[in-house]
Design a protein around this ligand. Structure first.
Ligand SMILES: [Zn+2]
Length: 137
């Protein structure tokens, strides 16, 4: 048995059994997650967040929810330089529909920001927030 093949293959990600993109696809999304536009397996996740104070102003139930289930509420919160934000939603898009989904995600009210997780690409995380990045603490 020749060792040469093994050396060559050891340089490939996971012995070439799976690409980094496929691994990301199989690990990063909930079971059954589909592209929002075409239903294919997703490649990127688009998460949107709203300013906590603004969200509570718009939905009084949030205040009740925070009292009833503080743990769940805390898990939806993220702290940023610009204050506390609540995760509003998460949608997925396949590599084919990603540009359109990203364009749609760019339209959001000023009290929201959008975080796009592209997985193992060269530009890993792109913030759709208009202004300086608030995720770097
Ligand atoms: Zn798609």
């Amino acid at each position: 048995m020749s060792k040469r093949g093994q050396i060559i293959h050891s340089k490939r990600f996971m012995d070439g059994r799976i690409t980094p993109e496929e691994l990301h696809q199989s690990m990063a999304f909930p079971i059954g997650a589909k592209c929002r536009l075409c239903g294919r397996p997703p490649m990127i996740a688009i998460r949107s967040y709203g300013e906590e104070a603004e969200m509570i102003k718009r939905d009084q139930n949030l205040r009740i929810f925070a009292t009833v289930d503080p743990e769940k509420y805390a898990s939806m919160l993220i702290k940023t330089k610009a204050g506390r934000f609540i995760r509003i939603g998460e949608v997925y898009a396949c590599s084919h529909c990603a540009p359109q989904a990203e364009r749609e995600a760019a339209h959001h009210p000023s009290w929201c920001f959008v975080d796009i997780d592209k997985g193992p690409g060269p530009d890993k995380i792109v913030s759709g927030y208009r202004g300086p990045s608030i995720l770097d603490q």
